[in-house]
Design a protein around this ligand. Structure first.
Ligand SMILES: *Cc1c(COP(=O)(O)O)cnc(C)c1O
Length: 384
């Protein structure tokens, strides 16, 4: 066993003093629920990303659910209609489709582990209503091509941007591109902008943003904050027009996000430095396949993944050195819920047997990366 301290696969770094100062404001003011800091965060997120609308929720999963729900209502989709999605994702992406009695139709992935435009186009049928694109590892993949396909076929596009906080293409956030109906970010505990749990849903259309706020607050047509803050009296009269959910974000989580956001760009730049070093050290090994990224110089890498012949052996070898890798993600069609999709995405299935996530986080040094890469290169040579 190595004497060095354990290296985890993901490890959030918090700017503790800044976060505590933000949280202190909430506690001193006596406002820890929705409003106040959540409003401030929504405003800052819009400025940072260029999104016209941003609604702060308690998770990306909640945001994906509301994205599917509101688009279904807006465009009159029927139960059983299909959304084309990826099998290589965290299950939230696909559960969000099932929550609304729609059906994920799986399309295969490309070399970036994002949806493959050609297979997306092949999977379109009379019941297809939308494409749910996951920016895997922070990458934008071939989203532009997929948007063009959506335009041609009259499909909506939902962007699961859980990994994409900070990813730009030529200075622009892909979630703001023409044709993206909604982008959903995650500020879950280990994401690039970590809180405890929370997320941001950014609709292109203002009306959907308004509906989203109501749906996220049990269907109540006025939020508590605007009921209490605009005048001296607490306006208790509100109407309830739909059965909504309790999905709103709170001021404590928003305070942490506000403490972290000023550092996001420089932290993403450091992630890119680490990724580049991994790539340099591993690219000469013919048995290790690295995953590239289009517009790599602006990618907010969330995870660093490679493809190796024997994943289990390498994970075990790393663990012996007190280094912990992971797997993101299992082919979702291996889960009972999605078994109906088995065999429909051969490339995704094959790749997901060999996919391994190496440590990538802000506590990692270039020397750590060199050491990890050396162990990988040695281990993969030995398993020949
Ligand atoms: C983390 C993650 C989610 C879920 O985000 P939460 O904020 O935890 O709900 C969804 N999709 C992907 C790809 C993720 O990595």
């Amino acid at each position: 066993m190595s004497q060095q301290t354990a290296i985890q696969v993901l490890k959030p770094k918090f700017h503790i003093e800044e976060c505590l100062a933000q949280v202190r404001e909430c506690l001193e003011r006596g406002w820890t629920g929705a409003g106040f800091k959540t409003v401030e965060l929504e405003e800052q997120w819009k400025t940072y990303t260029g999104h016209s609308h941003a609604c702060y929720l308690n998770s990306n999963t909640a945001g994906l659910h509301l994205a599917v729900r509101l688009l279904k209502r807006r465009y009159g989709w029927q139960d059983g209609d299909e959304i084309i999605s990826t099998p290589i994702t965290f299950i939230s992406s696909n559960h969000a489709i099932l929550y609304e009695n729609l059906r994920p139709c799986f399309a295969d992935v490309d070399e970036y582990l994002c949806l493959d435009p050609e297979d997306v186009e092949r999977k379109i049928n009379a019941r297809t209503r939308a494409v749910l694109f996951v920016g895997y590892g922070g990458r934008v993949g071939r989203l532009e091509r997929i948007l063009e396909i959506c335009r041609r076929h009259g499909l909506r596009l939902i962007l699961d941007a859980a990994h994409m906080s900070g990813t730009r293409v030529k200075g622009v956030f892909p979630g703001t591109w023409e044709g993206v109906d909604v982008a959903v970010y995650s500020y879950q505990a280990v994401k690039n902008l970590p809180t405890g749990d929370s997320g941001m849903v950014c609709f292109a259309e203002g009306e959907l943003d308004t509906e989203c706020r109501r749906e996220a607050w049990l269907g109540i047509n006025k939020d508590t904050y605007s009921r209490s803050s605009n005048s001296g009296t607490y306006k208790w009269k509100y109407d309830v027009e739909t059965v909504g959910f309790k999905y709103n974000g709170n001021a404590i989580m928003a305070a942490i996000a506000l403490g972290q956001l000023p550092y996001l760009d420089e932290e993403n730049a450091y992630r890119r430095t680490l990724v580049k070093r991994y790539d340099q050290r591993l690219s000469s090994n013919p048995r290790v396949q690295i995953i590239g990224a289009p517009y790599a110089e602006e990618c907010a890498y969330h995870i660093y993944e490679i493809l190796v012949p024997d994943r289990e052996a390498l994970l075990a070898r790393l663990a012996k050195e007190n280094i912990y890798g992971g797997v993101h993600y299992r082919d979702n069609t291996e889960y009972a819920m999605y078994a109906y999709g088995q065999g429909s995405c051969p490339r995704a299935h094959e790749l997901s047997q060999h996919l391994l996530t190496l440590p990538l986080h802000l506590y990692l040094t270039l020397e750590d990366v060199d050491r990890i890469a050396a162990i990988v290169n040695q281990a993969v040579k030995e398993d020949l």
